[in-house]
Write a protein that binds this ligand. Structure first.
Ligand code: PLP
Length: 451
C-alpha cells in the first residue's frame, strides 16, 4: 500500500460519500460504457507537480497525466493564477465578441503550426476538433469519402467515431462518411510486420495507391495520428507520412494530422508528431486538444485560410475560445516553451525508454517497449506466447496503483494490452527512475501471477 502523504490544503469535501458509495452512485447515474480503471476506482482530489492524491490522502506518481491532459504539471502556479484572474473578470463572452486571450493564443498556435496563412478554430474537445476538420475537408473537396488508418481513434461524435479504425472503441459502425482504412500505423503486428522499415513503407504506399485506384478519385482527406494514442502508442517508421503525402498530393487529397496526443513536444524530437516524417511541408489541417489547457477543455483545428474559409455559413462556437480556457492555454504554453519541456521530454523520455527496456528484458510478459519522448508503450502478452494479454495489463495497473504509480492502458489490437506511459512533460530524472522502479515491480507481480 502507498504511504498516506498529506494532500495539499483544501481537502475538505462537502459530499460525505466514501469512494465505494461514490462508485455505486456513478454507476447508477452515468453511462455503463464510460470506462473506469481499477477494481475499486480511484477518486483523485488533488494534484501538484507530477503527483496526485486520492480521497483517502494517498499520493501517486502520475505517469498518465490525466489522459495526457496535464501537459506541464498539476496545479502549475502560472496557470492557476491566469485562470483565477480571468475568472474574476469574466468567465465567458462567446465568439460573437472580440476576445483578446483567444486572439493571442490563436496567433501563437498559428505560428507554431508551420501551416502558411493559418487560421485557428477553437473547440472544447479533440472529438469536436476532428469533427470540424472532417467538416472542412469534406466541404472543401465536396466529397464524403475519407481515408483513416487502421487501429485509429479520433473521438466520440458521430463522424469521429464513425471513422475510428478500431471497432472496439466504436459503439456504432454507422457513419455519415464513407471511410476506407489504410495500412501503416501499426508497425509491430499485421500482414507487413515482417518487413524492414523501407519495405514496410513501400508496402503501405502500394496499398494506398491500390485503394485509391478503386475509388473514383474523389477522396476528401486522410486523417491520421502520427503516433496512435488509444491504439497503444504505436508508430509507423518515420517517413511514412511523407511518402503518403506524395500520393495524396497527386490525388488532391488533404492530409489531416490528428495531434491531439502527439502535439506540444510530447514526442520529444519534434513539436508536432507529423514532423518526424520529413514531409516537405505541414499537413493541410492539424487538430489539437488534451495538453494545451493543462486540463481545461480546449481543442481546435488549424488550416490554411483557403480551407478554413471554404464554409460560407455564418457560425459561432458558444464555448470554443472561452476567455478563461484561453488564459490557461496562454500561461501553459508560455511555461512549456520558456522551460523547453519538449527538450525535457526528449532527454528524460529517452532514458526512461532505455530503463524500461532493460527492466523488461528478462520478462516473458513484455512483448515490446516502444515510444518517442514521454509517450511510451509497453505491450504485454501471455508469458511464453505472442497473445495480447489484457489480463496482464489489468494486473500491472492494479499492482502499480498499490505501489503509488498511475499508468494508462489501451491498444494491442483492440485488447487493451498495452501500458501507456505519458507523464507531465516536466517529469524529473528522479521521478522517472522512481516510476520505472515501481513499474518494474508491478510487471514482476503480473509475470509471477500469470506463470
Ligand atoms: N484524437 C485522438 C488522437 C485522441 O487520442 C482523442 C482522445 O483520446 C481524441 C481525438 C478525442 O478527444 P476528446 O476525448 O478530447 O474528445
Amino acid at each position: 500500500m502507498t504511504a498516506a502523504v498529506p494532500a495539499p490544503s483544501g481537502a475538505a469535501a462537502s459530499d460525505p460519500a466514501d469512494s465505494d458509495e461514490l462508485h455505486a452512485r456513478t454507476r447508477a447515474v452515468l453511462p455503463d460504457w464510460l470506462a473506469l480503471y481499477y477494481e475499486r476506482p480511484l477518486e483523485i482530489t488533488h494534484g501538484e507537480g507530477r503527483h496526485v492524491w486520492d480521497a483517502d490522502g494517498r499520493r501517486y506518481l502520475d505517469f498518465f497525466g490525466g489522459i495526457l491532459t496535464t501537459m506541464t504539471a498539476h496545479a502549475l502556479p502560472e496557470v492557476t493564477r491566469a485562470v483565477s484572474e480571468q475568472a474574476g473578470r469574466i468567465l465567458h463572452t462567446s465568439t460573437l465578441y472580440l476576445n483578446r486571450p483567444m486572439v493571442r493564443v490563436a496567433e501563437r498556435i498559428a505560428s507554431l503550426s508551420g501551416i502558411p496563412d493559418a487560421r485557428v478554430f477553437f473547440t472544447t474537445s479533440g472529438t469536436e476538433a476532428n469533427d470540424a476538420a472532417l467538416l472542412l475537408a469534406t466541404a472543401y473537396r465536396r466529397s464524403h469519402q475519407v481515408l483513416a488508418m487502421r487501429n485509429s481513434y479520433h473521438g466520440r461524435s458521430f463522424s469521429a467515431v464513425g471513422i475510428t479504425g478500431n471497432r472496439s472503441w466504436s459503439p456504432t459502425s454507422l457513419s455519415p462518411l464513407q471511410t476506407l482504412y489504410v495500412h501503416g500505423a501499426v508497425r509491430t503486428r499485421g500482414p507487413f510486420a515482417h518487413l524492414d522499415d523501407a519495405e514496410f513503407t513501400a508496402a503501405c504506399v502500394a496499398d494506398l495507391e491500390d485503394m485509391l485506384a478503386q475509388t473514383r478519385g474523389d477522396v476528401a482527406a486522410l486523417i491520421a495520428e502520427p503516433v496512435q494514442g488509444v491504439g497503444g502508442f504505436t508508430s509507423p517508421p518515420d517517413g511514412l507520412y511523407a511518402a503518403f503525402r506524395e500520393v495524396l498530393d497527386r490525388h488532391g487529397i488533404l492530409w489531416i494530422s490528428d495531434e491531439v496526443q502527439t502535439g506540444w513536444g510530447r514526442t520529444g524530437e519534434h513539436f508536432w508528431g507529423w514532423q518526424a516524417h520529413g514531409a516537405a511541408g505541414p499537413p493541410d489541417l492539424l487538430t489539437f486538444a488534451k495538453g494545451i489547457g493543462n486540463g481545461m477543455s480546449i481543442g481546435g483545428v488549424v488550416a490554411r485560410a483557403e480551407v478554413m474559409n471554404c464554409l460560407d455559413a455564418g457560425s459561432i462556437s458558444t464555448f470554443g475560445g472561452s476567455p478563461v480556457t484561453m488564459a490557461a492555454a496562454e500561461a501553459n504554453l508560455a511555461h512549456l516553451l520558456d522551460h523547453d519541456l519538449q527538450g525535457n521530454a526528449r532527454r528524460v523520455g529517452g532514458r526512461l525508454l532505455e530503463r524500461l527496456r532493460a527492466a523488461a528484458r528478462p520478462l516473458g510478459v513484455v512483448r515490446e517497449v516502444r515510444g518517442k519522448g514521454l509517450m511510451i508503450g509497453v505491450e504485454l502478452v501471455r508469458p511464453g506466447t505472442d497473445e495480447p494479454s489484457p489480463e496482464a495489463a489489468s494486473l500491472v495497473l492494479e499492482a502499480a496503483r498499490e505501489r503509488g504509480l498511475l499508468i494508462g492502458k489501451g491498444g494491442g489490437h483492440a485488447t487493451n494490452s498495452v501500458l501507456r506511459i505519458a507523464p507531465p512533460l516536466s517529469l524529473t530524472e528522479a521521478e522517472a527512475e522512481e516510476g520505472a522502479a515501481l513499474l518494474e515491480q508491478a510487471l514482476h507481480t503480473a509475470e509471477s501471477q500469470l506463470t
